[in-house]
Write a protein that binds this ligand. Structure first.
Ligand code: 6R9
Length: 657
């Protein structure tokens, strides 16, 4: 198809009916919707029984007697790791490949279910030998190597709780997460490969654990041991008595380990995500409901045929997508996966496509920001590779614009693959809104419909439904199995953030619109949360990082739309009078960008920093970010009448001209 005809599609509401051949073999069927609508609880109970092994079957399904704290399958007992490992081996599928792992420098490892199970058993024994018990928290700070998955499953296997911290986060971010969860152990690596170089991780752990007042805690951390996987072969410092090499310890371990059952509501993991305040929220997920939700959605949304499919989700395990759709959903379903350590363009811009060709990937799940950046570099790159094995494509993390959706289907999917745009959040645990391949007629740009068993609505500020053809706020109207069970250590914040606004409905923080057919279009966050390349960052978090720099008096951060990353961080900063003459605006902005990187991580580094003398505020002192967004996006400035000083925007825009 030529570029012109692709462009012309954008101006029409095209639909893509399911291919009859695909539909004939599809896992999902239209009757799922009807069955779920009759009795959603019974529907989920059926899924839980069908998809998982219960050491003790449950009778209770949903306990919503103490909203918003839900319990699912509470009298059942389960072991999450057993479900992802042993049971596949016992069913005779031990020789099936679990992971085709590919390191960035080109080294690779193939790991079968039997091998993965054996590794996890040894790692579970190792954790136990280090004193980790049910309920203890373990932080993971690793690159995308098999040990990241092994560590998560080993922690789950003994009923402990993992908190994976993305390897791109700074020492300070890591320390804040370790402290919040009071983690006893950190599992890290010497370093990992990224963009052709080794990036060190162990030294960030050392810095995080040093009793450093700049982390806000001049105290000893709760961490007793640091387990270090050898990957980068870079030199590391060593704290005797605290630090242990993973490979040395694993070699000593008994290969046998019996998976004990735990209550369905046993905490499985905490994952930190940005909210509207500076302090990241530790989103808590538990076992039975979460695994039911991820297994069901993974199987049906991705049409998984585990005997023949090769599935690749490009997300890092440091994000929720990596938890639910690299680790738990796919492994519960016995999928064969690709796991890749590095960046898409190293050592050449076609690296991802080369991997699809090499492993015969059939199902591919990635983010719109990646798709848009491939569009920019041109179709000639993917066209050098044989992508004909692909039969289904997925998208997650932010709205996918119709242009990118069409490009994805045409150029990567050969014009035939279904594309599923999946809306969900760290908090929802698994996919909530998506087309079902083989069932739903696809509409580029729309996430479309809630999955069977999921009830969502779009409402006005007062909670009343907007109806078809209108926009408002996205809510979930019934509890669902994968829902967060709370914010670690802060039940009040859990209630305030998600439930206070509408009482009985979960407030997602996203704007959405129903079209005339009742399909849902996501419109982005309605709160002070930015979405940069599919990663959530809060304006408050970046502002407090900026203000922690001695030069900065005040800072305001906004998300400006960006062609590749969706949104980009743009900061407006007032420099202290005493510092104003020390550096030029360019120097100050370079310093401050580096400072944010050190404080939070490179993903939070502002694209631009404007040094200004005033910030626009209302009479009650609230910064009017809407006006700053107008400036950052080069638009005419909107209504300024509620400003305390209406001349401020004039001064700012004159200065930036
Ligand atoms: C899975 C994940 C959640 C926020 C969410 C929304 C945005 C995610 C989307 C999407 C439009 C999609 N988002 N998927 N927006 N269409 N298909 O990304 O979790 O990191 O917690 O982010 O991402 O704004 O509220 P998380």
């Amino acid at each position: 198809m030529s570029t012109n005809s692709i462009d012309s599609l954008l101006h029409e509401t095209r639909r893509f009916a399911p291919d009859p051949e695909f539909a004939a073999n599809a896992i999902a069927t239209a009757d799922l919707y009807e069955r779920a609508a009759v009795d959603p609880d019974a529907f989920w109970a059926e899924q839980a029984r069908e998809l998982l092994h219960w050491h003790r079957p449950f009778d209770e399904v949903l306990d919503w007697s103490n909203p918003p704290f839900a319990k699912w399958f509470a009298d059942g007992r389960i072991n999450v790791a057993y479900n992802c490992l042993d049971r596949h081996v016992l069913a005779g599928n031990g020789d099936r490949v679990a992971f085709h792992w590919e390191g960035e420098p080109g080294d690779s490892r193939t790991i079968t279910y039997a091998e993965l199970t054996a590794e996890v058993k040894k790692a579970a024994n190792l954790l136990t030998s280090l004193g980790i018990r049910q309920g203890d928290r373990v932080a993971i700070y690793l690159p995308m190597i098999p040990e990241a998955v092994i560590a998560m499953l080993a922690i789950a296997r003994i009923g402990a709780v993992h908190s994976v911290v993305f390897g791109g986060f700074s020492a300070e971010s890591l320390r804040a997460r370790i402290d919040d969860a009071a983690a006893k152990l950190v599992i890290t690596a010497d370093g990992g490969w990224r963009k052709g170089k080794v990036f060190p991780l162990k030294n960030a752990v050392d810095a995080a654990l040093a009793a450093d007042p700049s982390t806000g805690s001049g105290t000893e951390s709760t961490v007793k041991n640091v387990l270090v996987v050898r990957r980068g072969e870079n030199t590391v410092d060593w704290v005797e008595g605290r630090d242990l090499w993973w490979h040395d310890e694993i070699a000593l371990m008994d290969p046998e380990h019996d998976a004990q059952p735990f209550e369905a509501e046993n905490p499985l993991f905490i994952l930190y995500t940005s909210g509207t305040t500076g302090k990241p929220k530790g989103i808590l997920h538990t076992s039975g409901g979460y695994l039911t939700h991820t297994a069901f959605t993974h199987k049906n949304v991705f049409d998984l045929h585990p005997e023949t499919d090769v599935y690749w989700c490009t997300a890092d395990v440091g994000w929720i997508t990596g938890h639910s759709y690299v680790v738990y959903g796919p492994l519960a379903n016995g999928a064969t996966q690709v796991l890749y350590e590095g960046t898409p363009d190293t050592p050449h811009p076609g690296r991802w496509w080369e991997l699809i060709q090499k492993y015969g990937v059939t199902i591919f799940y990635t983010a719109p920001t990646a798709i848009r950046s491939f569009m920019k570099s041109g179709r000639q790159i993917p066209q050098q590779f044989d992508l004909s094995s692909l039969r289904l494509l997925g998208s997650v993390g932010e709205p996918i614009n119709p242009e990118a959706w069409i490009w994805y289907r045409e150029i990567i999917g050969g014009g035939t693959t279904p594309v599923v745009d999946t809306w969900w959040q760290t908090e929802t645990g698994g996919i909530m809104i998506s087309a079902l391949p083989g069932v739903t007629e696809a509409k580029p740009g729309s996430a479309q419909v809630p999955l069977p068993g999921i009830s969502v609505d779009v409402v006005n500020d007062d909670g009343s439904p907007v109806g078809h053809g209108n926009g408002g706020l996205l809510v979930v109207t019934k509890p669902w199995p994968g829902m967060l069970r709370g914010i670690w250590g802060d039940p009040e914040r859990f209630k305030e953030t998600y439930w206070e606004k509408f009482g009985d409905k979960y407030f997602a923080g996203d704007g959405a619109r129903f079209d005339d057919d009742g399909d849902i279009w996501l419109l982005g966050r309605v709160d002070d949360v930015l979405n940069v390349s599919g990663h959530r960052l809060s304006t408050a978090e970046i502002e407090s990082a900026l203000v922690s720099h001695p030069w900065v008096a005040e800072a305001a951060v906004v998300g400006a739309s960006d062609e590749t990353t969706g949104q980009a961080v743009v900061a407006f900063v007032i420099v202290k009078a005493s510092q104003a003459d020390v550096a030029t605006a360019d120097e100050a902005s370079a310093q401050l960008r580096a400072h944010v990187s050190e404080q939070i991580g490179a993903i939070a580094r502002p694209r631009q920093i404007f040094i200004v003398s005033e910030l626009p505020k209302t009479r009650s002192g609230k910064i009017m970010r809407r006006l700053l967004r107008d400036v950052a996006e080069g638009r005419e400035i909107g209504d300024t009448t509620t400003l305390a000083d209406t001349s401020v925007m004039q001064i700012i825009s004159d200065k930036l001209k």
